[in-house]
Design a protein around this ligand. Structure first.
Ligand SMILES: Nc1ncnc2c1ncn2[C@@H]1O[C@H](COP(=O)(O)OP(=O)(O)OP(=O)(O)O)[C@@H](O)[C@H]1O
Ligand SMILES: [Mg+2]
Length: 232
C-alpha cells in the first residue's frame, strides 16, 4: 500500500506541474507586456495568480521529493520515447517565461532521439534545467540546447550566458536544498526556488543510468549543464 501511495503521489505531482507552468508563464507574460495598459486593480490580481502558482510549485516539488524519499527503491517505468520531441515540447512550454525576460532559446538538436525513459521524469529534469537557465540569466540573455550522439548514449547540454558559478558554488548545487542566494547581484529574479530542482534532477538522471554535471568558467561567465541518457 505504501508503495502504491507514493507512486500515486509522484504521478499526481507530475501531472499538476505542467499546467501550472503555463498558468504562471502566461500570468507573468500579461504582467510584463500589458502592465501599463491595465488597471492597477487587475494587475495586482494577476500578480496574486502568479504568486499563488509559485507557492503551489514549491508544494508540488516537496511532494515529489517526499514520494521519492519514501521509496528509494522505486525504479522509473521506462518506455521507448523520442527525446527530441520531449525537448521541443518542454521548450514550447517555457517560451513565454523566456519571453518575459526577453531571452532567446536556440535549439541545435537531432530530429529523432530514441531513449528508454520515463517521460514525465525526464520532462522534470529538462524543465528544471531550462527554468534555471532562464531564472539565472539576466534579461536579453541567450540560452542554447544541444544534443550530441555518442556510441550508446546521448548528451544533452543546456548553455546560458548568465551569472555562472564560482568554484565554491559549484560544490553544493546538486545537494539537497543547494540553493545559492542570488540577490544583490543585480538580477531581478521574480521566481524563488527551494533548491531541490538539481538534487531531484540528479536522482532522476542517475535512476535512468545517466550522469549529470555542470561546467562554468566563473562568475558572470555563464553555465552549461549536461546530462546523458542511454539510447536504444
Ligand atoms: N543556469 C544556472 N546559472 C546560474 N546559477 C544556477 C543555474 N542553475 C542553478 N543555479 C544555482 O544553483 C542553485 C540550485 O539550483 P536548483 O535548481 O537545485 O534550485 P532552485 O532553482 O533554487 O530551486 P527549485 O529548482 O527547487 O525551484 C540555484 O539556487 C541557483 O543559485
Ligand atoms: Mg531550479
Amino acid at each position: 500500500i505504501n508503495k502504491l501511495k507514493s507512486e500515486f503521489l509522484r504521478r499526481a505531482s507530475h501531472e499538476l506541474k505542467t499546467p501550472l507552468i503555463s498558468i504562471k508563464g502566461f500570468s507573468d507574460l500579461i504582467l510584463s507586456l500589458y502592465a501599463n495598459q491595465l488597471d492597477s486593480v487587475i494587475t495586482s490580481k494577476v500578480r496574486e495568480i502568479s504568486d499563488g502558482c509559485e507557492r503551489l510549485q514549491n508544494i508540488i516539488n516537496t511532494l515529489i521529493e517526499t514520494s521519492r524519499l519514501e521509496s528509494p527503491e522505486l525504479k522509473p517505468k521506462v518506455k521507448k520515447e523520442d527525446l527530441s520531441f520531449l525537448i521541443k515540447f518542454c521548450v514550447h512550454e517555457l517560451e513565454s517565461l523566456a519571453e518575459t525576460r526577453k531571452q532567446s532559446i536556440k535549439l541545435d538538436i537531432a530530429d529523432e532521439l530514441f531513449t528508454n525513459i520515463e517521460k514525465e521524469e525526464i520532462h522534470d529534469v529538462l524543465s528544471n534545467l531550462l527554468t534555471n537557465a532562464i531564472k539565472y540569466t539576466p534579461p536579453t540573455g541567450k540560452i542554447e540546447i544541444k544534443t550530441e550522439l555518442r556510441e550508446d548514449f546521448v548528451v544533452v547540454s543546456i548553455n546560458d550566458n548568465g551569472i555562472g558559478f564560482t568554484e565554491e558554488q559549484k560544490t553544493k548545487i546538486f545537494q539537497k536544498f543547494g540553493k545559492i542566494e542570488r540577490y544583490g547581484q543585480g538580477l531581478d529574479l521574480g521566481i524563488d526556488g527551494t533548491g531541490l530542482g538539481l538534487y531531484i534532477s540528479k536522482k532522476i538522471v542517475e535512476s535512468h543510468g545517466g550522469k549529470i554535471w555542470m561546467e562554468s568558467e566563473g562568475k558572470s561567465r555563464g553555465s552549461t549543464f549536461y546530462f546523458t541518457l542511454p539510447t536504444v
